[in-house]
Design a protein around this ligand. Structure first.
Ligand SMILES: Cc1cc2nc3c(=O)[nH]c(=O)nc-3n(C[C@H](O)[C@H](O)[C@H](O)COP(=O)(O)O)c2cc1C
Ligand code: SF4
Ligand code: SF4
Length: 451
């Protein structure tokens, strides 16, 4: 069996599947059951400073968008940090760490942006012998209006300042949890690194309103008729999180910083995608809330079988493997050509591909042949955009075939096989060393669309 163990910025765990700071890690009862199920680590639900308890709404604090078969695609919440007394949480953390020494136990923290407040809480967390701390600079609702959470995460200077305090006043590894509610995720990640962070984790939730009730015109989920924006997570946010993880992994200023990937992870396959794009552990919240702790069993066996099958001995061999494949648009090969192909044996002749291509793409799918209903791609019109494959309801019915070097692209009449990016393209007025003749689009677009 493959070795799934991890050493994440000095924090050891038997596997990379950790529960994110959220309701699943709210108390010892949950965390112990999660460890029994097999989770390699947890980030305890965010603790705040000593004082009067946090007050949550007593109405719906969660909302969701469902697929037609009621699968939860997107999940949203307006919950605050822990509403349990600080000392109760600290006592439980201490006991759980004692009972489960091989599991990672990280404590999430959020206190006011004052050095003294951080100093105080760090001292108390250190006494629990937890493995590390995660700074919650991500929560976008409730606490952010009080100057904490994403209000800190959106200002790189604050991220750097608080991270530095934590490194100065604690011996524990510091993981900085980033908010996605920002225009360029690299800036707070760089700030965290400058402040001395041992790692970053991302993403926290995305600002969102789940919908409006069409009978009452009330946005929902509502508390006594009013709604506030919540934080969205679940499978729908995974692509956003993957992009942000890869941005940090490939940016020279932050490359190499350990990353804990979070957002929409439901299966071992989701986790492998995060690993390939630079994360070395993953954290899960929504999937555990929707399906329960036992999902980790499939994650462990699935990942282990995958690694055995591929001859991968340790996770280090996967982490970051896809990062060199991430580039900027101007470095994509503009001479690479693919065409859509319809498998006539699988096609159920629903016509969706034709409608999509006809109305919004390149009018490249015929509907009739020899007087009969028939859907086929006309290569001389197809730009390989992939829309038909996206809308086709039959799996693998439409595939995208790359033209082989030497083949002629029937749309442009050009022989395929070159490699020109926008940087060398003659149509780019800024190109330093243009290659090949200037391309005039008339030849390709002047033809009448096929009926
Ligand atoms: C109900 C709920 C409460 C959450 N509370 C916290 C929190 O206290 N601290 C924190 O850092 N993140 C919190 N989060 C964010 C999650 O830790 C995680 O970053 C986010 O849900 C994305 O992961 P997912 O798509 O697996 O849910 C919460 C999320 C949910 C759904
Ligand atoms: S790939 Fe795009 S252009 Fe080609 S047939 Fe499909 S939808 Fe039309
Ligand atoms: S969408 Fe798919 S199944 Fe429907 S007609 Fe097109 S190729 Fe056939």
């Amino acid at each position: 069996m493959a070795d799934l163990s991890v050493n994440f910025c000095g924090i050891k765990a038997p596997n990379p599947f950790w529960l994110a700071s959220a309701p699943p890690t709210d108390k010892a009862y949950n965390v112990v059951r999660a460890f029994k199920a097999g989770w390699g680590g947890v980030v305890w639900k965010t603790l705040g400073e000593e004082g009067l308890p946090v007050v949550n709404v007593s109405g719906p604090r969660y909302g969701a968008i469902h697929s037609q078969d009621r699968r939860v695609f997107g999940f949203n919440n307006i919950e605050l940090i822990t509403d349990r007394p600080l000392q109760v949480n600290l006592d439980e953390i201490k006991q759980v760490k004692r009972d489960w020494p091989d599991r990672a136990l990280v404590v999430s923290l959020m206190v006011p942006c004052e050095e003294e407040s951080w100093k105080k809480i760090l001292r108390r967390v250190e006494e629990t012998e937890a493995d590390g701390i995660e700074l919650n600079f991500g929560c976008p609702h409730g606490m952010s209006e009080r100057g904490m959470g994403s209000a800190v995460g959106q200002v790189p200077e604050y991220v750097e300042m608080v991270t530095r305090w934590c490194k100065q006043h604690s011996r524990m590894p510091v993981i900085v949890k980033l908010t996605p509610n920002i225009s360029d995720i690299r800036r707070p990640a760089e700030a965290a690194k400058r402040g001395g962070a041992d790692a970053v984790s991302l993403i926290n939730t995305i600002n969102s309103v789940m919908g409006v009730n069409l009978d009452t015109l009330e946005p929902w989920p509502a508390t006594d008729g009013h709604t506030t924006h919540g934080g969205m997570c679940g499978p729908a946010v995974k692509p956003i999180a993957l992009n942000m993880v890869s941005e940090i992994a490939r940016s020279p200023a932050t490359a190499g910083i350990p990353i804990s990937g979070i957002g929409g992870i439901e299966t071992w396959k989701d986790a492998v995608e995060y690993f390939a794009l630079g994360a070395s552990t993953v954290q899960v919240c929504t999937a555990a809330m929707v399906y329960g702790f036992k999902i980790v069993e499939d994650m462990i066996t699935g990942l282990s079988d995958y690694m055995d099958e591929k001859g991968i001995r340790s996770l280090d061999e996967i982490v970051g493997r896809a990062v060199p494949r991430m580039t900027d648009w101007q470095h994509l090969n503009l001479d690479y050509v693919v065409k859509a192909e319809i498998d006539q044996d699988l096609c159920i002749q629903c016509g969706r591909c034709h409608i999509a291509c006809e109305d919004t793409s390149h009018q490249a799918i015929m509907t009739e042949k020899d007087g009969a209903r028939h859907f086929e791609v006309m290569e001389e019109e197809c730009v390989g955009c992939n829309l038909c494959a996206v809308v086709c309801p039959v799996d693998s019915c439409i595939t995208m075939r790359p033209l082989a070097p030497g083949e002629v692209d029937k749309r442009t009449g050009r022989v395929v096989g070159g490699h020109r990016t926008w940087m060398e393209h003659p149509n780019n007025p800024m190109a330093k060393n243009p290659r090949g003749p200037v391309e005039y689009p008339e030849a390709a677009v002047a033809r009448e669309p096929a009926e």
